[in-house]
Each structure stands twice: as C-alpha cells, then as structure tokens.
Write a protein that binds this ligand. Structure first.
Ligand code: UT7
Length: 329
C-alpha cells in the first residue's frame, strides 16, 4: 500500500458469546415471586419486547465471554491473535477495578505488546470503541483491531427492583477491524451530556476495602426513554449526512437492544420498515455494550448482512452517552 493511499477501516470478522444459562421471562417471574416481587411475562413483552436473556454462571467473568467472542471473530477473519495490534473492550462490568478487562483478555488470548484498554460509555460503549479504533486505524497507528463489547450485567441487578431486573442480560460480541483501501466504516459520531448522570447509574464507590452506596443499576426508565427517542434518529441522520447518504441507502439498522418501542420509533423516523431492523432483544435482553456487536454477529452469520450492504448502528447509554456509526459491509 502506498503511503499516500487513503486509509479506511473495515470489519473483516465478527464473533459473539452467550453464557449457557438461558432465563425466560417465566423463569424470572417465578424467581421474583419467591422474593415477593410481582411481574409478568405479558408486562415484560408488551413494555420491552424481551422474552429471554442469558445469565453468566457464578465465577464466569466479562473477560471469559469477551475471549470467546474474540476467538470467534478472529476465526471468521482468518486471523491469529498475534495479528492484533489494538484491543479495546467496551464494558461497564469489568472483571476487576484494575487492570482493564482489555488487558485480561489480551493475556488470555496471548497477544503481547499491542495497546489494550477499556472504554466506559455504558450501553453506547461499543459505538465509542468502534469510533476510537476506526480513528486509530485511519491515522495509521493500528492495522488490525479487536473491538469487543462484553458484559455480565446480571451482577448489577437488584432483584427487588422489578423495573430494572427484567431488562438486562449477559453476553459479548466482537469485531475485527482491519486497515483497508476500501471504505468500511463510513462515518461515526459520539456524544455525551453529563447533566443526565442521575437517570441511569450504578452509584457505588469503594473506600477502605468497603463498597459504599448502591452497587446496582438504578434507572429512571421514562427519562431515558424520552432522551433516547429524541437523540437516536438525530445521530443516525448525522452519520448519513457526513457520508453523503440518505435513509433510502440503509440496508440494515442495528440499534442498541434496549426496548422494542424505542427501536420502532427510530425506524419510523428513519422511514425504515421493521424488516430492516436487526432485533435480538427478544432473545438476549439488554446486554449493554455487548448488544450491538452481538446483533451484528447474529445477522452476519444468518446471512442477512451481505457484502456491500449499508448499515447504521446507534446506541444510547448512561452518562448520558450516545452515538451512531455508518458501515459498509
Ligand atoms: O440500555 C440503556 C438504555 N435504557 C433504555 O433505553 C430503557 C428505556 N426505558 C424503558 O425501556 C422503559 O421506560 C421501561 C421498560 C424501563 C419501563 O416501561 P414504561 O412503559 O416506561 O413503564 P413505567 O416505568 O412507566 O411503569 C409503568 C407501570 C408502573 O406501575 P404504575 O405506577 O403504573 O402502577 C410500574 O410500577 O409498570 C410497573 N412496572 C412493572 N410491572 C410489572 C415496572 N416494572 C414492572 C415489571 N412488571 N417488571
């Protein structure tokens, strides 16, 4: 490649991992009933679209799911771990306070020397990580990046809070992003507004060897819903405009999987039928930073995503964070 060739990044492999333990809504209804907490399959399906989620076994860590997803993505790309020269993990449920989950994943994969770091943007984490990896590849500072979204969000669930504990699940998704002369990532955009930290948080701190505060997810669901609906199509429209494309060019919308009603609202605003929206929420629940790469991998492996397709990714998360990416497969 000449030093004057334009540099782009392109997805060359995808992978994912789900813990074996599948929990249906009814399983959760029974589990909560034993604690005196009332919910129903009908409420969960009607308000969210979720029917099941996976929970990691005790002792399984975010890095375990991340490594499995990464291996699957590397296999799909026909690459070996030592080909990776940048590793980013988006997670809000790291294995430990430090080192980063990315370094733990790096050690387990046997990659030596490549920079490895975590990105913390909650449910928008994968779009953030992809944006950073794309920028580093286009600037010439990396050639082959592993970009992973991985979570064991079940560890942050308060099973006495029915408004949040029915929403989330565990899993991981990974993409291998490689330097290319052909454009793959066409445009990205990330944002944050720290005025809204209080509407979605896990407000705990460590001090003197003790956990202080409330180490569980707390959410003002309606406030998050309202912000999400207002911001998501705006971010999607903006990446389309940056790349000189319109809604008509979209083959697939792969949104963060939080609520079917939010996805339907965004699709409507983008004039897309739900046939063009990849939905895995029913089977995975909300897996936070893992939801988009999990959905990408599902759609890649079942043949929906084809070479040449134009795909919009979009996400919102605690912070408040949000963003979008426009890809050519
Ligand atoms: O991934 C990060 C981004 N997160 C999101 O995008 C989440 C966005 N928000 C949402 O998806 C929705 O706001 C929720 C699914 C969280 C909640 O749906 P909602 O339609 O906004 O319900 P609500 O909070 O207004 O609650 C309606 C009723 C309440 O009862 P009353 O006060 O009307 O009697 C709740 O107590 O539903 C009740 N409720 C439940 N009932 C049965 C709340 N959770 C449950 C439950 N089962 N699990």
């Amino acid at each position: 490649m000449s030093q004057f060739s334009p540099l782009f990044s392109r997805i060359v492999g995808t992978g994912s991992a789900l813990p074996p333990q599948r929990i249906t809504n009814q399983d959760l209804v029974d589990r909560l009933a034993a604690r005196g907490v009332e919910t129903s399959d009908a409420w969960i399906v009607e308000r969210t679209g979720i029917r099941a989620r996976h929970f990691a076994e005790t002792g399984a860590a975010t890095s375990d799911l991340a490594v499995e997803a990464a291996r699957n993505a590397l296999n799909a790309a026909g690459l070996a771990p030592q080909d990776v020269d940048l590793l980013i993990v988006a997670t809000s449920t790291p294995d430990m306070l430090f080192p980063s989950t990315a370094c733990i994943v790096q050690g387990k994969l046997g990659i030596v020397g490549a920079p490895a770091f975590d990105v913390q943007a909650v449910c928008a984490g994968f779009v953030y990580a992809l944006t950073v990896a794309d920028a580093m590849i286009r600037s010439g500072s990396a050639k082959t990046a592993l970009v992973i979204g991985a979570e064991v969000f079940s560890r942050l669930l308060d099973f006495d809070d029915r408004a949040t504990c029915v929403l989330f699940g565990d899993g991981a998704g990974a993409v291998v992003l490689a330097r290319s002369t052909e454009p793959g990532i066409l445009a990205t955009e990330i944002h944050a507004d720290g005025r809204h930290t209080h509407i979605l948080q896990a407000p705990a701190q460590l001090s003197g060897g003790r956990v202080l505060g409330h180490p569980f997810v707390r959410m003002d669901g309606q406030a998050v819903f309202r912000l999400a609906v207002g911001l998501l199509d705006e971010a999607a429209q903006s990446v389309l405009a940056k790349a000189g494309q319109t809604c008509k060019d979209i083959d697939w919308l792969i949104p963060h999987q939080a609520n079917l009603r939010i996805m339907q609202g965004t699709a409507r605003k983008l004039h897309l039928s739900m046939e063009k929206v990849v939905v895995t929420l029913d089977a995975h629940g909300n897996t936070s930073a893992a939801s988009i790469p999990l959905a990408i991998d599902v759609a890649m492996r079942d043949g929906r995503l084809q070479k040449g397709h134009t795909v919009v990714l979009e996400a919102v998360g605690g912070g408040f964070t949000w963003g979008a990416a426009l890809l050519r497969i």
